[in-house]
Design a binder for this molecule. Sequence first.
Ligand SMILES: Nc1ncnc2c1ncn2[C@@H]1O[C@H](COP(=O)(O)OP(=O)(O)O)[C@@H](O)[C@H]1O
Ligand SMILES: [Mg+2]
Length: 308
Amino acid sequence: MAILEIKNVVKTFNGITALDKVNFEIKEGEFFGLLGPNGAGKSTIMNCIVGYLKPDEGKILLEGNDIGNLDLSYRMNIGYVPQEIALYQELSALQNLKIFGGFYNISKNKLNERILSVLKLVQLEDRKNDVVKNFSGGMKRRLNLAVSILHDPKIILCDEPTVGVDPQSRNAIFEMLNELNNYGKTIVYTTHYMEEAERLCSRLAIIDYGKIIAEGSLGDLLSLLEKRETIKIRKAIESEMLVGSLKNLGVLTETDFYYELIPKSKYEMNSQIFSELEKFKLPSHLLELSRASLEDVFLTLTGRRLRD
Ligand SMILES: Nc1ncnc2c1ncn2[C@@H]1O[C@H](COP(=O)(O)OP(=O)(O)O)[C@@H](O)[C@H]1O
Ligand SMILES: [Mg+2]
């Protein structure tokens, strides 16, 4: 069942269209990714979901109800981890948790329980009395996540949580979000890193210039591509003997330095290709397999690279 439905949402800022008839849905319990380059409209969607921005057109449904008609208390269902760190830098982690926790209508006992539980989740128990300004970027991110889920929301919106974070904290953030997802929380994760979307998300939407250009599982999105894998064979004496027999197994193209075989779908990376490679004893350093990625999907759909 869809827990969130974004329906024909349009949002403009001074005549600039940030969201252009955006449609997608997020199912309960999924780890949903919103992938797109800077300026694509990811944060604007997040802000619309959480109600900080109001769409010009269209609507957002939470469990079938238009959030425009709901009492603001609907936000208790949502934990929003903003792109910009929002913490009191001069205060300790614990003081921050108490202040942010005070915004929710939670009893003091329950709040203290929740504070302990989120500190444990984000692995900051032993640093809880330290002042935030002394934290690393990754620790601040983790605390930002902790304050955002004190009210135990069922949906967690994370807006580019790994920007400016060291690799170790990045992995810790992935683990935490996976753990929350395993508890049954619905995660909505924005990123401009396709590797993160591939690694984390069970389903995703790709956004570009305020438009959703594709939506589905990684497999669905990769199937938009004509080819899933290619084989590159560097030109050398050994490879010349091989190419004649590879021709029949797919489309063979040639550049100055290598041959590229796009296997016919029925021969896609199958044993027949490998047995040819073996038969001709092709040294492995001449061979390169490349797997299609979301980067290729983005490139195919937009003509641009996501990295740029
Ligand atoms: N408050 C705002 N005022 C004016 N323009 C905005 C505002 N917020 C976002 N935009 C514009 O809307 C577009 C989408 O921005 P944003 O949602 O922040 O993208 P992303 O999060 O994908 O990087 C950009 O062109 C951005 O400049
Ligand atoms: Mg953003």
